[in-house]
Design a protein around this ligand. Structure first.
Ligand code: GDP
Ligand code: MG
Length: 200
């Protein structure tokens, strides 16, 4: 099948924050996942009918953090967007978020459109005693980062368990990548109510 857009996005963030779960929730049926053992990466691809535009969307996902040291160059190469995930239940993963952005910057130079996701918000109510990362902290971090690096970034609180904000995030990211592409094909905007998905 023909497509007029091709986008690669990379998932980054500490282990166990929910990167793979987010990818799985978004991709559901229709996506084909391929494991590349030599570089420790799963990549999943899908053709998406995005308001009449056919998009080949590829998401790279580390299969086990340990192999990352060897592959980071490959991993980042050609990424048109970044999804940085931390868990609101794991403060260390939030504290490490800026390190991940610095690393992405080192490999990509100017950063592409970036989604910063505060995941596992479904667990927030249940453990009120814990040191849970607040919405305000997330917003402040993303504001600071946007001002400092002048890149298009969005902040969303998500749950890979319930699917909260998952489709919305990737739709917004595709929109940002389209806007960020030089000499894009003409974008036909149909009614912005629904995204249809098709298998490759
Ligand atoms: N309650 C809840 N659990 C989640 C969520 N996202 C991931 N998990 C769980 O957290 C663990 C790590 O998730 P995984 O996707 O493997 O994290 P990764 O290492 O970042 O890819 C798994 O047990 C998931 O089921 C979420 O949004 N809510
Ligand atoms: Mg994973």
């Amino acid at each position: 099948m023909e497509y007029n857009w091709q986008f690669k996005t990379v998932l980054i963030g500490d282990g166990a924050v929910g990167k793979t779960s987010i990818r799985r929730n978004y991709m559901k049926e229709g996506f084909k996942t391929t494991h590349i053992p030599t570089i420790g990466v799963d990549f999943a691809k899908k053709l998406i009918n995005f308001y009449g535009e056919i998009v080949r969307f590829v998401i790279w996902d580390l299969a086990g953090q340990h192999s990352f040291e060897r592959v980071r160059g490959h991993y980042y190469q050609g990424a048109q967007s970044i999804v940085l995930v931390y868990s609101v239940m794991d403060r260390e993963s939030f504290d490490n978020a800026s390190k991940w952005l610095v690393e992405a910057y080192r490999h990509l130079g100017k950063l592409p459109p970036t989604a910063i996701l505060a995941n596992k918000v479904d667990l927030r109510q249940s453990d009120s005693d814990e040191d849970i990362v607040t919405t305000m902290e997330g917003l402040e971090f993303v504001d600071y980062f946007k001002r400092k690096l002048a890149i298009p970034a969005i902040f969303r609180e998500t749950s890979a368990l319930t699917g909260y904000n998952i489709n919305e995030t990737f739709n917004e990211l595709i929109r940002m990548m389209m806007r960020n592409t030089e000499d894009p094909p003409p974008l036909v905007t149909r009614q912005e109510s629904q995204t249809q998905e098709e298998t490759e």
